[in-house]
Structures are given as C-alpha cells and as structure tokens.
Write a protein that binds this ligand. Structure first.
Ligand code: FEO
Length: 163
C-alpha cells in the first residue's frame, strides 16, 4: 500500500508526464507550422512516449492500491524563436523531469518504500536516455543556426524516428 504522501507525489509526476506530452505536442504544432515535418514527427513521437510514461505511473499507483487523481495541465508555450530554441527548451524540460524523478526516488527511500524505489529505477534509466537523445540535436541545431540546408538535412533525419 502506498503512503498518502507517496501517492500524492506519484500523482504529481503523472501531471508532469502529461504536461510533457502536451508541451511536445505544442512543439510538434510549431514545427508543422514551419513545414519542418521531420521535426514535427520527432516531437509527435516524443509526445506519445510521454503519455506512456504517465500511464506507467498510473498503472503502478493502482497496482499498489492507491488512487489516481488527475490534475489540471498548464497551457504550454506555443512558439519558439527558432528550431534550435525549441530543442534547447526540450532539453531544459528533460533536465527538469530528471530532477523530479530523482526527488521521487529520494522520497521513496526516505519512506523506506523499496517497491517504489525499485519501480522508479526504470525512470532513472529512461531519463539518462531522454537527455542523451535530445542533447546532440539541440547542440547541432545551435551550430546550424538559420542555415536552411542544415535545417532541412536535420529535418529529414529526425523524420525517420520510429514510433
Ligand atoms: Fe517522461 Fe521525457 O520524460
């Protein structure tokens, strides 16, 4: 059985993951508007992944006899100064989520909730991958700036991301 404090913290993380999905969907819409369909696809796939992260938490809360209470999502930003700025914001967001996951692990450990510490290890590993996926794209776009050839080349590459 989850403690009420752990249940509340996991519910908060469901909101964080659903907001992540919403944010990446907003970025997908931004890239669609720029006709950068490959980047839009990359963000769409990312939005779906975030939804699956939320569902993993959702299922775990019930598995431990808890209750899921969904919270309101803030309106995400709709536009960015450039593709590089959008991917830099995505990287900043992933670093924020990594911090959230680490705090959850610390809380679970402090509560001696070993089941939750163990469950969260998947997210600890996933966050290493999430940051490692976005960081090189953000770095490359920073170098490319507004060079159209570089942008289109990167767009084509990112469009091959599988679902
Ligand atoms: Fe669910 Fe991208 O962290």
């Amino acid at each position: 059985m989850l403690s009420t404090t752990m249940e509340a913290a996991l519910n908060e993380q469901i909101r964080e993951e659903m907001y992540s999905s919403y944010l990446y969907l907003a970025m997908a819409a931004y890239f669609e508007g720029l006709d950068l369909r490959g980047m839009a696809r990359w963000m769409r796939v990312q939005a779906q992944e975030e939804n699956s992260h939320a569902m993993k938490l959702f299922d775990y809360v019930f598995e431990r006899g808890g209750t899921v209470t969904l919270k309101a999502l803030a309106e995400p930003q709709a536009t960015w100064a450039s593709p590089a700025a959008a991917f830099a914001a995505a990287l900043g967001h992933e670093r924020h989520i990594t911090g959230c996951i680490h705090k959850l692990v610390e809380q679970a450990a402090a509560e001696h909730d070993h089941g939750t510490v163990n469950f969260l290890q998947w997210f600890v590993k996933e966050q290493v991958e999430e940051e490692a996926n976005v960081e090189p794209i953000a770095r490359r776009l920073e170098k490319i700036g507004d060079n159209m050839v570089g942008l289109l080349f990167t767009d084509r590459e990112l469009g091959s991301r599988g679902a």
